[in-house]
Write a protein that binds this ligand. Sequence first.
Ligand code: PEP
Ligand code: MN
Length: 337
Amino acid sequence: MIVVLKKNPEKKQMQNLISWVENLGLKVHLSEGTNSTIVGLVGDTSKVDIELVRTLDIVESVTRVQEPYKNANRKFHPQDTVVDVSGHKFGGVNFQIIAGPCSVESEKQLIGIAEAVKKAGATLLRGGAFKPRTSPYSFQGMGVDGLKLLKKAKAETGMPIVSEIMSEEHIDDFEDVDVLQVGARNMQNFDLLKKLGKLKKPILLKRGIAATIEEWLMSAEYIMSEGNPNVILCERGIRTYETYTRNTLDLSAIPVLKERTHLPVIVDPSHALGISRFVKPMSLAAVGAGADGLIIEVHNDPTHALCDGAQSLRPEQFEDVVKSVERMLPVVGKELG
Ligand code: PEP
Ligand code: MN
C-alpha cells in the first residue's frame, strides 16, 4: 500500500502514522522526495483501514500496490536508486563498466588483465573465485586463494572488485570484496539472499536462467526486505529455443524494469551470447536500451582460459568496445565513471 503525503507534512503527524502502522506489524518504507513524501507499507495490509488513512490531514492519497514486490517497486521510490561502490555509482546518469576474467587463474593472469582493463577504461574489476560449473569435473575456481588475488589486484589498480558468492558459508571470506555477485543459478537460493540482505554491501543479482522479470524482482525483494537496499540487477540472457547463441539476451527487460523498479540494471553480453564477436554490438544495444552498466569477460589468452574462453574478449577488443560505448553514452544522457 502506498500513502502519499501532502507537501511538507507535519513531522509529528507523520510519526504518528508510521508508529500506528508499525504497531499493526507492518514495515514502513519512507521515500522523501523534494515534491512529495511516500510512505510505503509492506506486509499484511488487509489490517489497515484504507478509508481511515484517507481522512488524515497529512494524507494526499492512498493506493494499494498490486505487485508482490514492494521495496523494489518504483511506486514506493519514484527516483532511481543510485548504488555507490567506492565512488563508482550505478543508476541515474551514471554508467559503469565491470571487466575481467571469468575466473581467477593465477596472479600473473589476474594482475595483467586488471591493468589492461583499467587502461582500457573499465571502472570495476570482475573475477570468479568460486565458480558454478555445469560439470563437477570442470575447474571449480581457486576459492579463497582467488579472493586473495582479487584483493591484491584491487590494491595495485585501485579498482573495486566484483566476485560471485555461491554459499552463505563464505560470507566472511568476502569481507574485502566490494560487490557480491549472485549468479544466475543462485537467483532463487532464498537462504543466501536473506543472508545477503543482512549486509550493507552492494549485491549484483543476476537473472535466473529461466526466470520471469517478476521472479527476479521477488529475489531482489528477499535481499531488500532484510534491510539491504543496495541491489544491482544484471540481465545475462535467458534460455529459449535458440541454439546459435548460448542464451537469448532479453534487452526488452531493461525498459520494462526501468518502469517497474528504481533499481539499477546492467547487462552481461558475454554470458548472454557466449560468443566474443557479438559482445560489442550487444553492448551498444544495451546502452541504447537504457542499461546502467555492462559486465564483460576479458582474458589475455582466451583460447587457454580455464572457463568461458569463447566469450572472452582480448584487452584490445575490450578497449574498442569501451571507446564505442563512450561515444554512445551522451545520446542516452549517461556518463562513464
Ligand atoms: C559469471 O559471471 O561468471 C557467471 C557464472 O555468470 P552467470 O551466473 O550469469 O552464468
Ligand atoms: Mn563466465
